[in-house]
Every structure is written in C-alpha cells, then in structure tokens.
Design a protein around this ligand. Structure first.
Ligand SMILES: Cc1cc2nc3c(=O)[nH]c(=O)nc-3n(C[C@H](O)[C@H](O)[C@H](O)COP(=O)(O)OP(=O)(O)OC[C@H]3O[C@@H](n4cnc5c(N)ncnc54)[C@H](O)[C@@H]3O)c2cc1C
Length: 449
C-alpha cells in the first residue's frame, strides 16, 4: 500500500480540519483526499449557521479557505452522499471514508401546539437569515411579540437577529431578501425563556454581553429571577464564566428604564408547557420552576401565559441518518469510539469514521472540531490493515463518475468564482459581500468558466 485514498463527506470545519490534519500528519504512506459537500459552497455552519453580525467568527473561513486553496485536497461541491454518491461507490474508489456531515435539523420539543403556524425551529430561521439555498426565500416576520425557547447561544443569536433593526445588519453579508424581510418586521418585544436560573444558562458571556449593545433595544430582566439559592451562589463563586454572566446581568438590572422602540426580555425559571392558539400562535404558556437545591430545578405548579404571535424553539440541533451508516436515533449521531464508527454489536465498521458534530453531537465551538478531527484521524491512519481495497482507486474515476451521472459538481475554482461574485455585488453597493442564495445561481456562477 503506497497511498491512502480518503473520502471525506461534508466540507464544514470538521471535514476541512480532518483533511488538513491527515495531510500534515506523520505517516509512512502518501494520501489523496477528496472532500464531498452537499452544497455548492464549502464551510458548513460557518457560512450557514454563524450569525451574519459575527464577522470575526465568519473570518474563520479565511483559515479554512487557505487549506482548500493549497491544492492538495480536491473539493467536489453539490454532491450529496446517499443521492449522488453511495457507500458502494466509496468502497470502489477509496480506502476509507470520514463522515463530517454535522447536525442541521432542529431537535424536537414535544409540547402541545408546537406544530401551529407561527411556531418555528431555530435551525430553519438561521438557515433563512444566513441565505441557505435549501430553505424558502420568504420568512413570515409579522409578529409584534415573539417567544424564543432556549438558553444557549443559538437562542441568543435568534433573539438578537429578531430584535435588531435591519439597517444595523446592512454592513453584514445578509442577502437582500433577508434585509427586506427584517426591515418590514413589526416586532417590538422578544422574550427569551430558559428552564433554569441565570447561574445555569448555557450561553457564553461574550454572546450575552453583545445583547446589551444592540442599538435601540432595551434589555429587560425580572427581579424574581435573581433570588439566588446556595447552588447558584456557589456556581457564581467558583465558575469564572458564570461569574461574568452574573455581572453582565446585574449591570443590566441597574440600568434605568429605557425608551428603546424594541425590548429583549430574559425570563428564567420557565418550563415550556404549551404553545396556545387556534389555527395560529396566540400565546406561550409556561410553568414557573424553582431551584431544587442541587443546581437543577423543579416545577411549582404556577402556570403563566404571555401573548405572542410567533415562537422559535432553540433547543438544540440534531443529526440526520446517512444511508448505509449506523445511526443513534436517540442522540442523532453516528455511533463511534473516538471517531471509529461502530455497529449495533459495538464492533468497528471497517473503513468508516466520523468527526465533528455528527460524531459527538451538536455542542461546542468551531475550534472543538479540530481536536475532534485529530482524535479521529489517529484511528484512520493506524487502521491500515482494516481499510477497504478499492477496485478503481484512480483519481480521474471520480469526476468521470459524477459526469456520467449528470451531477453538476462544483470545484474549489468554482468557489473562487462564486466568492468573487458575492464580493463584487456587495462592493457595488458599498457592502463587503452579498450572498447568492438560490442553488441554481450558486451552481451556475461556480461552473461558469
Ligand atoms: C446557529 C449557530 C451559530 C453558531 N455560532 C458559532 C459561533 O459564533 N462560534 C463558534 O465557534 N461556533 C458556532 N457554532 C458552532 C459551529 O457552527 C459548529 O461547531 C461547527 O460548524 C460544526 O462543524 P461540522 O463540520 O461538524 O458541521 P457543519 O458545519 O454543519 O458541516 C457539515 C457539512 O456537511 C454537509 N453535509 C451534510 N450532509 C451531507 C451529505 N449527505 N452529503 C454531503 N455533504 C453533507 C453540510 O452541508 C455541511 O456543509 C454555531 C452553530 C450554530 C448552529
């Protein structure tokens, strides 16, 4: 064996870091890597999840781009595993595959009314405002009062984008349809609900602090949420992150009542019970909880309700099963041991590996996908006796296969064309970039030579 032919499925940070680290790893054989991505453009949730008003984080794309621009990893965009290319194809052409397909769907929240018109998953809304090609162009932003369920960073992203004035998002890369939609929004009050207390939230201090800096939006907190129990006091005293979060919240509590045209309310100790409505969302009902003394909460039987016309649930993401690959239905991940995929009997599935959110679930920042990839690739590289033996390992076989199937795949040069196009249409109107949204347009621009 002189060469490892490796397929990686998914060109989000996990897939790109894995490709980069395999190339750089010390090894006694050559490698040749093909990266397949369902979308015409690379970068996964960095392009289609990270909020548009987080340019610093979006800037991670530059580092990922450097890896792809090096020219030693082939990128095939617009190629969906399970549709355009199958596990049998991979076995015919590669020694091994790493799945890095992430988690793109909303986790479910099983409460009455969750399917009412006006009740949305955060993942869908995020995809809309980040210009994902596979979601509708229009988003019904007609609610004056909105509830956001969840106490993680995605809940804060959704609440911030809903509350922010569209003109304040104009310097970002938001597509025109998103700007127009947000500009017409009549929203006045966005209410964020978390089941536990301020000392148990899952968002990070930086994301929280940012809310207090949004133009013409007042932060509203409620005194009843700040009667800390011993467990909360201990958390604040012993955990730096919790301490900073508490400081930020306490500063906001001291602010004089504001006069902004929009308000962002943070409600704690609120367990979602029901989305109330007759044919559409009309109210959000919750049960007030209280600390249980051990860092958790218990119900109080006190039921409350607030009128809202839309509800967004930001209760986590969930992975999707892939044809021919084991899947843990409960956790929404590919079952694995340190990245080596395992079957129902806990046995390794030869040649099949996983990394990123589809490996360990939808938690953690982009940086975590790097350490993740490092762990996975150790198994890939040391597992040579168990790799597949492909009958057609030649690199030319892949473009030939895709062309024979009529798959309009995109390449890294194609991404450069699309990237330059987005920068140019942005520059023409004094913005840094405007994203192209329709898949056909992305593909056409990428494939124009
Ligand atoms: C709303 C939101 C905001 C976030 N903001 C931040 C932030 O500010 N800072 C931060 O550090 N982290 C942030 N994160 C977390 C960060 O996005 C993740 O840690 C990271 O993207 C996970 O990387 P991944 O490669 O595993 O998954 P992804 O980024 O989801 O990449 C997976 C890729 O696989 C592709 N794919 C899926 N199925 C297939 C298939 N069948 N065939 C081919 N390709 C496929 C997808 O299209 C996608 O491009 C945020 C996450 C979300 C959801």
């Amino acid at each position: 064996m002189t060469k490892l032919r490796l397929a990686i499925i998914g060109a989000g940070p996990a897939g790109i870091y894995a490709a980069d680290l395999v190339r750089k790893a010390e090894r006694s054989f050559d490698v040749s890597i093909d990266l397949f991505e369902r979308l015409p453009a690379p970068y996964g949730l960095v392009r289609y999840g990270v909020a548009p008003d987080h340019p610093r984080i979006k800037g991670i794309i530059s580092a990922l781009r450097e890896v792809l621009d090096r020219g030693d990893i082939r990128f095939f965009g617009n190629v969906e595993y399970g549709v355009d290319i199958t596990l049998d194809d991979l076995k015919r052409h590669y020694n091994a595959v790493i799945f890095a397909t992430g988690s793109t769907k909303d986790a479910s929240l099983d409460i009455p009314g969750i399917d009412l018109p006006g009740s949305y998953g955060a993942a869908d809304f995020v995809s809309w405002y980040d210009g994902h090609p596979d979601v509708p162009r229009e988003w019904p932003l007609d609610a004056k009062e909105v509830a956001v369920i969840g106490n993680g960073n995605v809940a804060l992203d959704v609440a911030r984008i809903l509350a922010k004035h569209a003109d304040d998002l104009l310097p970002t890369e938001i597509p025109d349809n998103v700007y127009e939609g947000l500009k017409a929004s009549p929203v006045t009050d966005v209410h964020v609900f978390g089941r536990r207390g301020p000392a148990q939230v899952r968002f990070t201090p930086l994301e929280l602090r940012e809310l207090g800096e949004v133009h013409d939006v007042d932060m509203i907190l409620y005194d009843e949420d700040f009667d800390y129990d011993e467990a909360s006091k201990t958390a604040i005293a012993t955990n730096k992150q919790v301490l900073v979060i508490d400081r930020v919240l306490q500063q906001w509590r001291k602010r004089p009542a504001g006069t902004a045209s929009r308000r962002l309310h943070l409600h704690f100790y609120a367990k979602p019970l029901e989305i109330v409505g007759n044919g559409k969302v009309e109210a959000f009902r919750w049960e007030r909880t209280e600390p249980d003394g051990a860092g958790g909460v218990r119900g109080t039987d006190e039921i409350r309700e607030i009128p809202v016309q839309a509800v967004y649930r930001a209760v986590g993401y969930f992975g999707s099963p892939l044809p021919g690959v084991p899947f843990d239905e409960r956790r929404g991940v590919i079952p694995n041991r340190e990245g080596q995929v395992i079957d129902d009997a806990d046995e390794p599935v030869n040649g099949v590996y996983a990394t990123g959110w589809i490996k360990r679930g939808p938690v953690g920042l982009i940086g975590h996908t790097k350490s993740d990839a490092m762990e996975t690739l150790q198994h890939v590289l040391s597992d040579q006796p168990n790799w597949w033996t492909p009958s057609e390992p030649q690199e030319e076989a892949i473009p030939a296969l895709l062309e024979a199937r009529g798959v309009p795949y995109t390449t890294i040069d194609g991404w450069h064309r699309l990237d330059s196009h987005e920068l140019a249409i942005g520059e023409a109107v004094g913005r840094t970039r405007i994203k192209v949204v329709p898949r056909e347009d992305m593909t056409r621009i990428s494939r124009a030579s």
